[in-house]
Design a protein around this ligand. Sequence first.
Ligand code: ARG
Ligand code: MN
Ligand code: MN
Ligand code: MN
Length: 304
Amino acid sequence: ASVEVLGYPFSGGQPRGGVDQGPEALIKAGLLDQLGALGWDVKFNPEVMNEVRQLAVQEHDSDIGKMHKPLAVSAVNERVADDVAAIQERGALSLTIGGDHSLGMGTVSGTKRRYPDAALIWVDAHADINTPLTTDSGNLHGCPVSFLLGLPGTNIPPFNVWMQPCLRPEDIVYIGLRDIDDKEKGILRDLGIKVFTMHDVDAHGIGRVMERVLAHVGAARPIHLSFDVDALDPTVAPSTGTPVRGGLTFREGHYIAEAIAETGNLVAVDIVEVNPALEDEASAAQTVAIGCSLSRAALGETLL
Ligand code: ARG
Ligand code: MN
Ligand code: MN
Ligand code: MN
């Protein structure tokens, strides 16, 4: 089987520098060889990283309403969607390494072009479902899901030039949430979106949570896994821009990826929000290593 790795050195969906160094750090840590050792035919075009760095530089990228860097986020994600869709047209699995989570706009749009019925499993401390109207921070990494759903306020240029709503509320399952803005809580409740917060992980254990996640998804449906490393506890993945205490353990995070791998239905994976410039060197190395090990787990690495 083939996996094509996409590295997007993009930080424009949030204010902290360094998250754009995520892809290079994971590649340097040996990600490609590790996936090859699992038996995958691995492709990676490093030129994509340069092209995306160019796209991320947009002149006169002033705020639209509260949104920061709308031109950069839109231009990069238009490209991301094309890349992901092309990989899946070739029958390969796409593995996207971020970069910040605004990249979810593009990755999920790409998956939905090839697999309109795909389910989205979003593993995160945050819901990332703010709209341009509800966002307090103005950071677009807090908004990708609302654009994918086509919520009020998202049908605006430059985004609506290339993206259209492609996701239904029942397509999404969240795992690991613990820092949800009040207006996001309203959206999640109103739309009846399936959410397993850290409270649910505490109450039932990750095994039963994953049984319920996969029951909601249903058998034989393509799955897109979007994994924000801040879903993990900050002691486990310290080098990330918006850490929140009380997160998933190392094993809980990997179990999620392993359980999804076992379905055989995975078509796309995002590993985002690794920021090697934050915390000390050892913390950065630990977080990068976890980006690699989560990728391996999602691609079928087993403990035995
Ligand atoms: N809810 C906050 C916001 O909208 C935090 C979002 C954090 N998102 C992330 N992908 N780390 O700004
Ligand atoms: Mn996120
Ligand atoms: Mn997050
Ligand atoms: Mn701001």
